[in-house]
Design a protein around this ligand. Structure first.
Ligand SMILES: *Cc1c(COP(=O)(O)O)cnc(C)c1O
Length: 439
């Protein structure tokens, strides 16, 4: 298929040729742990990378490969790697960029499990995080980068308060310092925002969320822009001899940089970190992801329109202390956040928003219990509308020292807007207000 096809065509037809699969209209699910190698010669050619082919599903699977190539094409990357969850995408990425230890600069206003990993687990693997309060502040960000810093890690739109990151600015600071920018783009999805077009080097997703969109799969993705030069001594893992890349023709074990140049990151991630830690995606999950991806544009655009209406409804409500939704008209046109939304997110920031109720936590609990259409579920990006109290559930790992800075408190409620009728959703919230504030 032509490389010039637009997003809406590629999400349905990209990277799949029915002729190669008995003319099946849907991508077949290859439920096979391993693949016949054919002949000794073919086996060796596949193993040594001379010809494409599959040998073992921990290393590669044809159903998963269609998803990976389609995502890479949509995102504008050279390659995508599908993994078993969003957390696997994040873990494999940081273990690959900071293999052997080092530092990563990040914002603390991020998904609860990501922060928990960065604060409590990664340091035990020699990977230490330096957190900045405002990722868009050049001075703070530059001051946090040191000689052992391996990357900057951000979320494009933060969960749950939807703060927008100035990806172009952060990317230029990263590149001046000789380090890559990693972006968790889960909230907007690649339909609303493609970080590689704005300078990001690596994009990670929990595709459990809006990309799959139906709340029936746990999965993650890593996309490599293929632009970063990994040959610098800051990243010795990419320049050391790699025995699995040895061939008799070469006569020596080359490094990932020598073999793959600027594609060293995704190649090493797949060949070392993912293959050896093993958190791969299965073909049935990949099939469901492909099915979800087929309708991403229609789903997300309707969900964004509904989220905007619901944010405005909440913004004017007497029992709401504040609404966190960067794309809200009352935020003013000239705030830095409003300008970033306008320039980077012309189609909107996504279907997730949060707000603070006034009064005691008892009111908050009554509000949650009173909603009928909003399901009380710790997930986002589903066709069903979801409600949760982040401080008690999805973000309970966030240490108290970060609560105020991250906008977390027990009055905060997060909504993920689905595809139901928006007037029904607003009526459901109205009824919940009535029941929660009746006496
Ligand atoms: C859910 C989420 C993750 C983790 O993804 P899983 O698929 O649950 O492992 C990471 N980042 C963000 C922003 C998320 O919302």
């Amino acid at each position: 298929m032509s490389r010039n096809n637009s997003f809406d065509t590629v999400r349905i037809q990209g990277s799949y040729n029915p002729e190669e699969h008995h003319y099946a209209s849907n991508v077949p699910i290859y439920l096979s742990a391993a693949f016949t190698l054919g002949s000794a010669q073919r086996g060796r050619d596949i193993a040594e990378g001379r010809i494409p082919g599959f040998s073992y599903s921990r290393v590669g699977n044809p159903t998963v490969a269609v998803l990976e190539r389609r995502i890479a094409a949509l995102e504008g990357g050279v390659s995508a790697v599908a993994v078993a969850s969003g957390m696997a995408a994040i873990s494999n990425t940081i273990l690959t960029v900071a293999e052997g230890g080092g530092r990563i600069v990040a914002q603390h206003d991020i998904y609860g499990a990501s922060l928990d990993e960065f604060v409590t687990l990664a340091p035990k693997f020699g990977i230490h995080f330096d957190f900045v309060d405002d990722i868009n502040d050049s001075r703070q960000l530059t001051a946090a980068i040191g000689p052992d810093t391996k990357a900057i890690y951000v979320e494009s739109v933060t969960n749950p308060i939807t703060r927008v990151t100035d990806i172009e600015h952060v990317a230029s600071i990263a590149h001046k310092a000789g380090i890559p920018l990693i972006v968790d783009n889960t909230l907007p999805t690649l339909y609303l925002f493609r970080p590689i077009e704005h300078g990001a080097d690596i994009v990670v997703y929990s595709s459990t969320k809006g990309i799959n969109g139906h709340g029936n799969v746990v999965s993650g993705l890593i996309v490599d822009a293929g632009r970063f030069d990994w040959s610098h001594t800051r990243f010795p893992q990419f320049s050391e001899p790699e025995f699995t890349l040895y061939t008799e023709e070469l006569g020596h074990a080359p490094s990932f940089v020598e073999t793959y140049g600027n594609e060293a990151f995704h190649q090493r991630l797949r060949c070392k970190t993912l293959r050896l830690l093993g958190a791969v995606l299965g073909p049935q999950e990949a099939y469901l992801e492909l099915l979800g991806l087929e309708t991403i544009s229609e789903r997300i655009s309707k969900e964004v329109a509904s989220a905007r209406s619901i944010a405005q409804f909440l913004d004017h409500h007497e029992h709401v202390r504040r609404v966190n939704y960067a794309d809200l008209p009352s935020n003013g046109e000239n705030s830095k956040q409003a300008r970033l939304v306008k320039s980077l997110f012309p189609k909107g920031i996504g279907a997730i928003l949060s707000f603070e109720l006034e009064g005691s936590e008892d009111r908050v609990n009554r509000f949650i219990d009173a909603t009928q259409l909003f399901h009380y579920i710790p997930n986002i990006g589903d066709v069903r509308s979801l409600i949760v109290n982040p401080a008690r559930i999805t973000h309970r790992e966030v240490p108290f020292e970060f609560w105020e800075k991250n906008g977390l408190n027990v009055n905060l409620i997060r909504l993920s807007i689905g595809l139901e009728d928006v007037d029904d959703l607003i009526a459901d919230l109205e009824r919940a207000f009535e029941l929660a504030y009746r006496d």
